[in-house]
Design a protein around this ligand. Structure first.
Ligand SMILES: [Zn+2]
Length: 460
């Protein structure tokens, strides 16, 4: 027995060393690996701090990628409305944001509304488990299920066309490196936006394709970052923010500037002016080269503090005065990068157009709220949906066979329910209710559920 224990102990030490070595430094290719003579648009773009196509910064649009992560719940929708309302780009089309949506707490009917307002819906996995190890050393099959099944849920309950769900961000920005990217390619998805960079923030890096892997020129801040080639898969790096000239970098905007600031002699609340200046400072780091300015955050930052929201809205108002700034979903930004063109040519061929076709492709035909009394660990669950309520609250299935992105056929799933939990619905399908017409209590609980889950997900 002692011998076996010794072998296990030595093996664990060995594995730990392997993990630490891996974390200390991914073997990376040299920056020259990507040959810009061979890596050509529209499908290949080397990483760079200068604009694609050799265009001068002064003649191209300043793209702004405004993204939110986690559940889309009732409690946050009014804030999204305040951000979106009456804000248009220089071409008179509505601004567009990107939502990386996770399952638990999400009202898929609101996801549908956001999509129909011109926003992009992307996958943020089903489970959002708060454990880095859960995500870290994983297989492509693991990610196929987490990413692909969340895409399936967005399609099934939010009626978002499968082929419009092109992007992904990992919970806690913790990918499995090549396993994640391989899964994205297998699913036919277009981009990842999980990787952060602080080394390439002044000047900021442009997005690039991973034909030569992720490693060549970007530091690996959250290993594993991968070293394999992933042709045509775009990486939209999260270029870190900084809280002032001497401030430390931080990956998400809401982490860099917490609502409550400690200072001597007393802590004080952040003001709208400070937030406005914070966004301006970071925006000005991007305008020199006009690399896409990514604002990546969680909406709970705003819900908890009106001055922060006010400062942010004032910043958006300022952007609206600039005739070269376009707040667009990431997928539209990729369209521009695939065929970069100066502003004066965009008057004839505008990739940031209003895209009215989305509305007819994604109606919410049967809006309702589904209620499950004992549907999952943690108690009852509510789920807003555009489709008939499933008999049981949906969780990650044991098996999932994703279909190609071009088909809208609902894939076959096998959902295994833990035997220790009794799954019942006190409101079977026939009693599912239209949230507009009745059941105020259900809505209040839905809002409360969103608030609790959202707080749990804050900063992830
Ligand atoms: Zn998250």
């Amino acid at each position: 027995m002692a011998l076996i224990r010794s072998i296990i102990f030595i093996t664990m030490i060995f594995l730990k060393i392997q993990i630490l070595l891996s974390a200390a430094g991914e073997p990376s290719l040299s920056p020259s690996t990507c040959d810009s003579q061979k890596c050509l648009l529209p499908d290949c773009l080397c990483t760079s701090t200068t604009a694609p196509g050799g265009l001068n910064p002064e003649e191209i649009p300043q793209m702004v990628f405004l993204t939110f992560d986690d559940a889309v719940a009732d409690v946050m929708y009014p804030t999204y409305q305040r951000i979106l309302q009456n804000r248009i780009n220089p071409n008179s089309c509505n601004i567009g944001m990107t939502f990386f949506v996770t399952h638990e707490g999400t009202n898929y009917r609101l996801v549908n509304e956001l999509f129909n307002r011109g926003n992009e819906i992307a996958s943020h996995t089903v489970m959002h488990t708060m454990d880095y190890e859960y995500w870290k050393n994983t297989s492509a099959d693991f990610w196929l299920k987490e990413i692909g099944y969340q895409r399936h849920l967005l399609h099934t309950y939010g009626n978002i066309p499968i082929d419009k769900i092109q992007g992904f961000r990992a919970p806690f920005l913790q990918t499995g490196g090549d396993a994640t990217f391989t899964a994205l390619r297998t699913l036919g998805m277009n981009y990842d936006s999980s990787m952060t960079t602080a080394e390439l923030m002044d000047p900021p890096t442009w997005p690039f394709t991973m034909d030569y892997g992720y490693g060549p020129t970007h530091e690996c801040r959250d290993p594993p970052c991968g070293k394999e080639s992933h042709p045509g898969l775009w990486s939209i790096p999260i270029v870190e923010f900084r809280n002032g000239e001497k401030g430390s970098p931080c990956n998400m905007a809401d982490i860099c500037f917490p609502p409550f600031k400690t200072a001597n002699p007393e802590p004080y609340n952040v003001t709208a002016e400070e937030i406005f200046n914070y966004f301006m400072f970071n925006f000005n780091r991007f305008t020199k080269t006009r690399a896409p300015f990514g604002i990546h955050q969680h909406v709970y930052w705003f819900l908890n503090n009106e001055p922060i929201l006010q400062g942010f809205l004032q910043f958006l108002d300022y952007l609206a005065t600039l005739d070269y700034v376009y707040i667009v979903p990431i997928s539209k930004g990729i369209e521009w990068m695939r065929n970069p063109m100066p502003l004066n040519q965009m008057k004839n061929k505008d990739v940031f157009n209003c895209d009215e076709s989305a509305k007819s492709s994604a109606p919410c035909r049967k809006p309702q709220v589904c209620y499950y009394t004992q549907s999952a660990p943690g108690g009852p669950r509510f789920m807003g949906t555009c489709a008939p309520c499933p008999a049981e609250y949906t969780w990650l299935p044991d098996q999932y066979d994703p279909v190609p992105i071009t088909t809208t056929t609902v894939p076959t799933t096998t959902q295994t329910i833990p035997s220790t939990v009794t799954y019942t619905t006190s409101f079977p399908n026939s009693s599912a209710s239209d949230p507009d017409n009745n059941n105020l209590v259900m809505h209040l609980i839905l809002i409360l559920q969103g608030l609790i889950l959202g707080c749990l997900h804050f900063f992830c």
